[in-house]
Design a protein around this ligand. Structure first.
Ligand code: NAP
Ligand code: FE
Length: 367
């Protein structure tokens, strides 16, 4: 057996976990920078809860609330300069993946004298402590070291992350996710599920990551009926938060595979939300893997509570709808672009050659 499992984050999933763990905030330092987007940290009540524990512990804090969806390098650079000038010694990201990813970048920039573009070299050896309070249930960023930033200079998104950019604490409280819309809840839940399923199939999967991923695959099967309804109970929201967190725990060990690499084309060219784009591939992805991961496909289906791939994929379709039809030209273009996604393709057990990627896009296109 060849097994490595590294997770330095203390994950705390509980009702009112922020106020119940006030001492954990104060132990992190004397002055915090809270990093958020424009509205949701306030609207969800998470910001008030965090400020209350900081005030109670007489911890100084400043707020940086300008993180965009898909945080840019320019914005984290600005926040990093402020954090340094203000002598901040820890960073709290509150929000979806965007503010949490931004908090990771700010924690590195504030602790080092470095160019922002050098983040992507992953060679930094210092970072401020990072705390994460998710208000979405999808990316699992609270349990990964990854930070994905928008590089306007290169017209793409780029990620970095090393062991220092795992949050030290993640506080997961489902009440912060109650205000998410139905569509956003579905697309992010499907993203979280695909992290678990792809991590389960991945070449880099281990006996230990498999056990963890399978527990969340099973939970997703139970969540499907709730996702079809207009409102979810707090317990159901908590289950989604669990799936998201486990998705992060899983991909931090295993990485992602072909759907994440290929789904980018739907998002970029057809404006399809990231989770939905990955979800479109599930039927064909599972069918391909019946050839090379027969046992795992069977275990995943059993955990989900379905007897056939088509029955599961049909249930998923009722949540996310069918993939858009594509033209023959689009199939050629998407194939070419997909082949650039070397990391996720080489981590996919079914060989992702030019021919198999082309054939997968041809099936997806319904030509
Ligand atoms: P997000 O970009 O953080 O937020 C999307 C929108 O949802 C924002 O308008 C946000 O509002 C709003 N929102 C957040 N919480 C809400 C709530 N409780 N109620 C209502 N609205 C709420 O969304 P995300 O999908 O969580 O994160 C996406 C980012 O994560 C991308 O940049 C992606 O590249 C990255 N990502 C990271 C990892 C990782 O491992 N680090 C993995 C996958 C994806 P506000 O702006 O007001 O906050
Ligand atoms: Fe994802």
């Amino acid at each position: 057996m060849n097994l490595t499992f590294f997770l330095p984050t203390r994950l705390i999933l509980d009702e009112n976990c922020v106020s119940k763990n006030a001492a954990k905030f104060t132990e992190c330092g004397k002055k915090a920078m809270i990093v958020t987007g424009k509205n949701s940290a306030k609207a969800s009540g998470a910001l008030d809860d965090v400020v209350a524990v900081l005030e109670q512990g007489r911890t100084e804090w400043i707020l940086f609330d300008k993180i965009e969806n898909n945080p840019s390098m320019e914005t984290v650079e600005e926040a990093g300069k402020i954090a340094k000038a203000e002598g901040v010694d820890f960073v709290i990201g509150i929000g979806g993946g965007s503010p949490i990813d931004a908090a990771k970048a700010i924690a590195v920039l504030a602790a080092n004298d470095m160019k922002t573009t050098d983040l992507f070299l992953n060679q930094f050896t210092k970072a401020l402590k990072i705390l994460a309070v998710p208000t979405t249930a999808g990316t699992g960023s609270e349990a990964t070291p990854y930070s994905v930033l928008l590089r306007k200079d290169l017209q793409t998104k780029m990620g970095f992350g090393n062991p220092l950019t795992f949050p030290v604490y993640a506080f997961l409280d489902a009440k912060y996710t109650v205000s998410l819309s139905k569509n956003f809840t579905i697309s992010t839940a499907v993203d979280a599920f695909t992290h678990c399923l792809e991590g389960y199939m991945a070449n880099r999967s281990t006996i230990m990551s498999d056990a963890i991923a399978l527990s969340a695959i099973e939970a997703f099967g139970r969540a499907i009926p709730a996702l079809g309804r207009d409102t979810l109970t707090l317990k159901e929201r908590e289950l989604l938060l669990y799936i998201s967190m486990i998705g992060g725990v899983t991909i931090a060990q295993t990485g992602v595979t072909a759907p994440h690499g290929l789904g980018y084309c739907y998002t970029y060219f057809k404006d399809v939300p990231h989770g939905v784009a990955n979800g479109y591939f599930m039927r064909e992805y599972l069918k391909l893997h019946e050839e090379v991961r027969k046992d795992k496909v069977a275990s995943a289906l059993a955990a989900l509570g379905y007897t056939t791939i088509d029955a599961f994929a049909d249930a998923l379709d009722t949540l996310i709808g069918p993939a858009p039809a594509l033209t023959a030209e689009e199939v050629e273009e998407y194939t070419k672009l997909s082949l650039l996604q070397k990391g996720s393709l080489s981590n996919t057990p079914y060989p992702m050659t030019e021919d198999s990627v082309h054939s997968l896009w041809t099936k997806m296109a319904r030509l």
